[in-house]
Design a protein around this ligand. Structure first.
Ligand code: ATP
Ligand code: MG
Length: 442
């Protein structure tokens, strides 16, 4: 992508409305634009990061055995009357009427709809287990939308729903998602700690929130320091191995961890003082087992091996991609801007042409741009007619992991500079060596 052709409306000034660093940086770099309270456009730079986040989520959901579909955002009120949640949900639900005066709603979540899909097709235990998910916009009329896309009214959610014949099966489904979540967040450079959680209006009795520690987080959390060192399940994890996944779950729930709603002061005080961590955190995921709450109410039953009908045991599993993007920035930035982990960076590298219009600089930039592109790199070429200093500042601000700096003096010797955005380390080498090094470390 040539920056001269891209759409990246960088703001010169720090936006005054932003209270936390991620919100400020997302506005400054032209990642998002607020359209009305808690409702955002994802501009091209932001959209690239969001797509990478979604791709990782999708890969790990698929790896764990979940199957993707896509449900609509607008739902009929009738479904919610069946479960009894139409009246229970309160003002967070945006209620709408269509032209026939039929009550509709913009879905805040999809338990009812997925239960309806399930009951329409699945009639036998032989078709279980099943886990269906989608990545879809939700609307919750939050009383206090704030911090940009961290807490917005319209937001993206990956929501998965599991169906099993009995509690035992449902616990395995829960453990699958539990392990998939640990892997998902780790791949984005985050350490998410599963904490015992309240189940709220969704209902049920087994639930964990996945929390990223951050000073600007809205939740108050208490946990054991051991969580900072636990191993993340590897690529080789077998999601059909019931005992293996239970062992991961047991390990990651073997120490104290709770948000303020579930906090037990006495239990926390039983942890050695030096091992106690009380901090603030951001909820990036939430998983629930809620048994037969919806399947009973909505008649989602299957024939079991005993020839009898059984209401299926269900769970639901959410991740907030549009919250994850700012959460990652909260965890990874410096005074100069964002520092993207490689896995979700909007571009793999940025080429800075210090003197656009200079034949040697232009030529070298084009060579590097096309060779890296052919090697599968997503490269941004800063080919604008601007001061070198401004280009350096922009590259630091938008946080692309590697910068290739092409200047008239060094290119006279056939050399360029590579700069690592995170460490600030710079290295001078020939154009060819730079290309080879980048390709080797991709
Ligand atoms: P919170 O406690 O932060 O209000 P919640 O418990 O209501 O969230 P869930 O119903 O568990 O949220 O939704 C699953 C995930 O969706 C959350 O873990 C979070 O990552 C994301 N999410 C929920 N509400 C919002 C929001 N208003 N803006 C952005 N992401 C959200
Ligand atoms: Mg929650």
């Amino acid at each position: 992508m040539r920056l001269s052709r891209f759409f990246m409306p960088i703001l010169k000034e720090n936006p005054k409305e932003a209270e936390i660093v991620s919100h400020r940086l997302m506005l400054r770099t032209g990642m998002i634009r607020q359209q009305s309270s808690g409702i955002y456009t994802w501009l091209p730079l932001g959209k690239r990061v969001l797509d990478k986040v979604n791709a990782i989520i999708r890969e790990e959901q698929n790896r764990s055995g979940a199957v993707e579909l896509l449900m609509p955002t607008l739902q009929s009120a009738e479904l919610w009357q069946e479960s009894g949640r139409y009246d229970a949900y309160g003002k967070e639900m945006l209620r709408i009427k269509d032209r026939q005066d039929r009550p509709m709603l913009y879905g805040p979540t999809n338990e009812e709809m997925i239960t309806d899909v399930f009951r329409s097709y699945v009639k036998s235990y032989r078709d279980l287990p099943l886990n269906l998910y989608h990545i879809q916009l939700k609307f919750r009329d939050e009383i206090r939308p704030r911090f940009g896309t961290m807490r917005s009214r319209e937001f993206l959610m990956k929501d998965a729903y599991s169906f099993d014949l009995d509690r035992e099966g449902a616990e395995h489904a829960y453990n699958r998602m539990f392990a998939a979540y640990l892997r998902t967040f780790a791949r984005m450079g985050l350490r998410a700690i599963p904490m015992r959680a309240d189940t709220g209006p969704i209902g049920g009795n087994l639930s964990h929130e996945f929390i990223i520690l951050a000073d600007t987080g809205e939740s108050e959390v208490f946990c054991h320091k051991d969580f900072l060192g636990f191993d993340i399940p590897g690529e080789e994890t077998n999601f059909d191995d019931v005992a293996g996944l239970k062992a991961i779950f047991d390990k990651w729930t073997s120490r104290y961890a709770a948000t303020s709603e579930m906090h037990d002061e006495a239990a926390f005080n039983a942890v050695a003082e030096g091992d106690r961590l009380s901090a603030r955190g951001i909820e990036v995921g939430h998983i629930f087992y809620f048994g037969t709450k919806y399947s009973e109410a909505m008649g989602a039953k299957v024939l079991g091996p005993d020839g009898k009908e059984h209401a299926v045991h269900m769970g639901s599993y959410g991740i907030g991609p549009t919250r994850l993007v700012p959460a990652i920035i909260e965890a990874s930035h410096d005074d100069n801007g964002i520092i993207w982990p490689k896995s979700i960076a909007p571009f793999d590298a940025v080429i800075i042409n210090m003197k656009a219009g200079d034949a040697a600089c232009d030529g070298a930039c084009e060579t590097i741009y096309s060779k890296l592109g052919n090697a599968g790199f997503d490269v941004l070429l800063d080919d604008r007619d601007d001061r070198a200093g401004a280009k350096f500042a922009t590259a630091d601000l938008i946080g692309v992991p590697v910068q290739v700096i092409v200047g008239p003096r060094s290119i006279a010797n056939g050399e360029v500079e590579l700069k690592d955005r995170k460490t600030g380390e710079r290295e001078t080498m020939t154009v060819e060596a730079a290309i080879n090094k980048l390709i080797a470390t991709k």
